[in-house]
Write a protein that binds this ligand. Sequence first.
Ligand SMILES: [Zn+2]
Length: 353
Amino acid sequence: MNNIVKRLNDLGVLSVGAGQDGRSTTVARRSLPGVALAFDVGLRRIHGIATSLADGRQADVERDVELERPGALDVEWILETIPLLVDELGASMDEVVGVALTLCAPLDSVSGRVSTSAGLRGWAGLDIRALFQDRVQVPLYIDNDVNAAALAERYEYGAGRDFVFVQASEGLGASLMIEGQLYRGTNGMAGQISHLSVDERGPLCACGNRGCLSAVASGASLLASLRAVGRELESVTAIVDAAEQGDPMCASVLTDAARYVGLAVSHLIKITGMQTVIVGGEMAASERYFVAPLRRAIEAHTLRNPVGETRVLTSQISSSAALLGGLQLVGGGMGMAGPSNATHALVAVGAKR
Ligand SMILES: [Zn+2]
């Protein structure tokens, strides 16, 4: 019996017995016991959740952070929070089957190292796995938050086997789901649309290039351009809310961003042959000023295909997508990819915000 099967047997996930011929081993899946945890580390907030795989009960917690600040990952808080969440479910640490950590940085999901500091200055090469692995004593799953959100779209909302997922938030990112599998690329660098150049004479980007999508269409760049004209807004959601209430300046920056993102996504569509685009993140909350102009931009730049037009859909999972995807990473690690019991509870969590 290999180690993974032995651990799943110990946890009661699998039942292992002798085969009828007396030499082979039979392995069957039992109903799902155990507790899975996920922590989504965003630019402004860490959101953690523990869920009972048997019945979907969940406990969650949040903490504000300023992730640009070096050392803000707050490893100790996450480690201290794990047993507290498990305890809140009335479970014990022995029942924990895995912990997922998703971060708003491109990283290699195998080694757990951050691939580039283009998004978070000073983070390149940081070994996230090394910070946690020896101290959690359970399987640890590490991935980029946009990849995790794409997993949630695939398994919880039946997004299909082939799609581009675009996250339009303070940062911008994309994931490629190809034939049912996430395509992460070398060292987790696939889908880095935020550093596609969409205007070679555009503003400088933190990566050192000019006119990257990040510099002209990320939520951070919209907040900065509004600040430059004396408009201090606290978040991307504040821009969306103001636009929806008739603020012409906020409507303009959102619509301009949608056109740039649409141009970048049209390149992805041509390269991959995808027909489905799912848009998530705070900007996607504005159908009128973001999703509709994004759709028009994609149509304008994409080849006509009479066999099937490109579909641009809005994510229904809102802010809990990465967290839900984190739970999918744990389930996938146990060989149980598929809708989790936690879906409805998590959607309720997301809907509160
Ligand atoms: Zn760049």
